[in-house]
Design a protein around this ligand. Structure first.
Ligand code: ZN
Length: 325
């Protein structure tokens, strides 16, 4: 074993988060930069390489001391063929062989994984899911994703795209989803769905404090949450309904997979106050099968570090499986 350090990058539609860690998975340096998503894959790959270089410099690590690089990315990643099929948040990333490209540019072994899968590993081995063997990690932000840890292992499905919880159909005649189908959970309960519903209701002339803002620009989920916190009835009802749908989706996964814990993260959950989180727990407990009542519904605790911690864990696993020489 030549190198003694790992690098991990979490590449999302808005930011790239890079860390360098030792073999005990202690993080020695970290960097966050905005993703030049509009500039396309070549530009973002250059950003990743630059961020890797800068983070190594900060950690005082030379490239020859790096053992491997882990990258988690928002998108459908075919783990079997090592191809990023596409990404809803990164336009133009179709059929990109990201691991091969990065190995070619760095000369290092590179492992790529879907970001929700990586965050699931992070939360289970170092965060809110610690001590549980069967955990479903769910992230609710602009979209909705999940990672399934079953019997202490990441379940990827046939090619790696298992856990597309956001596209579970909840209302067959419901609103159109970004995937082209109708009534997916993501089209009913994501940040995007909450913002869209508020925009439509405010534009239709319903009584709300968001009316003036909605006439000037497209509303964001954050603005809807702020209005709800200031007792705006319309905003409160939209959020309540979104969380009801989220609860229904979670009930379906619990009944299917019998996890001992559900860990919820992402921007929308982070904006959720105690009362709303408790109402979500109540919806779930009320509808889940009697046999699955012991399931714990928890908040994620690693925040932005969940993805990179999961990738560091995966790199260690790959080493113990002797995938890297
Ligand atoms: Zn969908």
């Amino acid at each position: 074993m030549e190198g003694k350090y790992f690098a991990a990058l979490d590449v999302g539609g808005t930011k790239i988060y890079t860390v360098i860690a030792n073999t005990k998975l202690q993080i020695l340096a970290r960097q966050q930069i905005p993703t030049a998503a509009a500039a396309g894959p070549d530009a973002v790959i250059e950003q990743m390489l630059l961020s890797l270089q800068q983070t190594m410099t900060e950690a005082k690590i030379k490239k020859e001391n790096l053992q491997a690089v882990g990258v988690c990315i928002a998108g459908f990643y075919d783990y079997k063929s090592n191809v990023l099929i596409n990404s809803p948040n990164l336009k133009g990333w179709d059929n990109i062989r990201l691991a091969d490209i990065l190995t070619f540019k760095t000369g290092l072994p590179v492992v790529v994984e879907n970001d929700a899968n990586a965050a699931a590993l992070g939360e289970v081995f170092y965060g809110a899911g610690l001590g549980h063997s069967n955990v479903i990690y769910i992230t609710v932000s602009t979209g909705i994703g999940s990672g399934l840890i079953l019997d202490n292992r990441l379940y990827r499905g046939e090619v790696g795209i298992a856990g597309e919880f956001g596209h579970m159909v909840i209302e067959p005649e419901g609103p159109l989803c970004g995937c082209g189908k109708r009534g997916c959970l993501e089209a009913l309960a994501s940040g995007t769905a909450i913002a869209k519903q508020a925009q439509a209701d405010a534009s239709a002339g319903n009584s709300t404090s968001l009316k003036t803002l909605a006439a000037q620009k497209n509303l964001t989920a954050k603005e809807v949450f702020t209005a709800a916190a200031q007792n705006d009835q319309l905003a409160q009802n939209i959020i309540k309904k979104a969380f009801f749908y989220l609860g229904i989706g979670i009930v379906n996964i619990i009944n299917l997979l019998n996890p001992s814990a559900i860990v919820l993260g992402g921007g929308i959950i982070n904006n959720t106050d105690k009362t709303l989180f408790q109402s979500l727990q109540k919806t779930i407990k009320k509808r889940v099968s009697t046999a699955a009542q012991t399931v714990k519904i928890k908040r994620a605790i690693l925040g932005t570090e969940a993805g990179v911690k999961g990738m560091l864990h995966l790199l260690q696993e790959e080493i113990s499986n002797a995938r890297f020489k």
